[in-house]
Design a protein around this ligand. Structure first.
Ligand code: SF4
Length: 150
């Protein structure tokens, strides 16, 4: 079992997809960049499954992406001394914007339908100082969202 993974196994033996709030927004701009080749490979797999229509469990804390991140220690993000609490606050705000609750089952296409409406508020709150901004800016949709928030 991958570290941090909880015991929610599907009939085919795979773990169910779990995504935390801010990943439900930020992953719309993922294009293959990440902390390491293994992390990117795992993230590509998560996105392939999500886009194929697998149900996603909305979680609080570490998820199917975090378990492959070099900054995860147990279930805590150790990227910086304050990162875990900061990211949890981002998650809460993302879930509020998307109007979904932790524990819910969602489909990626449902979240996609909401992203245009919620992204301007997200962008104003979080994208300005984000370390991944340059990667997101290379995504066509991100540029369009930036125009809307100008
Ligand atoms: S710039 Fe950062 S906060 Fe904004 S969508 Fe990209 S990863 Fe998320």
């Amino acid at each position: 079992m991958a570290r941090g993974e909880s015991l929610s196994v599907r009939l085919d033996g795979r773990f169910m997809l779990k995504l935390r709030g801010h990943h439900l927004i930020c992953l719309h701009f993922f294009q293959g960049e990440g902390y390491s080749p293994n992390f990117v490979e795992q993230l590509n797999d998560v996105m392939r499954r999500a886009r194929a229509g697998e149900p996603i469990v909305v979680v609080q804390g570490s998820d199917s992406v975090c378990i492959h991140c070099p900054h995860l220690s147990g279930t805590i993000c150790r990227s910086t001394g304050t990162s875990d609490s900061e990211i949890r606050e981002m998650d809460e705000n993302a879930l509020d914007l998307l109007a979904v609750k932790a524990g819910a089952l969602v489909l990626w296409e449902e979240i996609e339908r909401k992203i245009f409406a919620v992204f301007p508020a997200w962008y104003r709150s979080y994208c300005g100082a984000c370390e991944w901004r340059s990667a997101c800016e290379r995504h066509d949709s991100f540029s369009g969202f930036c125009d809307e928030t100008a």
